[in-house]
Design a protein. Sequence first.
Length: 222
Amino acid sequence: MLERLREKNPALDILPVNSSDFAVYGMVHPEVAVPQMKEFVQTHEAQGEECYIPCEEVLMNMEESRIFKENLFGQVDCQIGYYHGRGTKLNAVEYHKCSEVLVLFEPAVLVLGSVWDIRDHKLDSSVMKLFYVPADTCVELYATTLHFSPLMATGRGVSQVVVQAAGTNTPLVTEQKERIQTDKYLLERNKWVLAHKEYKEILGESAWEGIIGENITLSPLD
């Protein structure tokens, strides 16, 4: 499938997620398999283009959650949620002060960068790297990795489990009366976001327009 994606997107350099280049951004966890979670997520399909639930109690209470709670997050509080989407554009990047673990149930392409690529509160999209992730793959994205919604590799869209530190991607608890340094793009709890101008309006007035250059676009396979 990767070769077919490359043929359909000749202007994009799409790398396999098991390439050495991915080591800067995260790691693959081949031992993680969550068939019960997959069944739940795929039977709760989104009605619209996108659906994200930061923490789903059904997933949190499954026996399969132990691999995240006891292993990958080292017995600190984490939340297990899920995402459905049909994105084909970069649109924005975000980062957290924790790893983000994804289990992707369809093939997808991750568009990734590093926090040190941000200069003067701006990010040039030309530095971003694209990685193809096969279906049923668990990947960990480090706290320093810029990322956003996976791009769909096929017309089936994307569905995935999303695991993060508890409280991440939920509304801010207190209003920020003074914004300093990276507070400029703190959009939600533990969620710093830089948006492309094409997407800022969707994220809201408080979103920081920080991506310059092309809004990277993937043409999925039929």
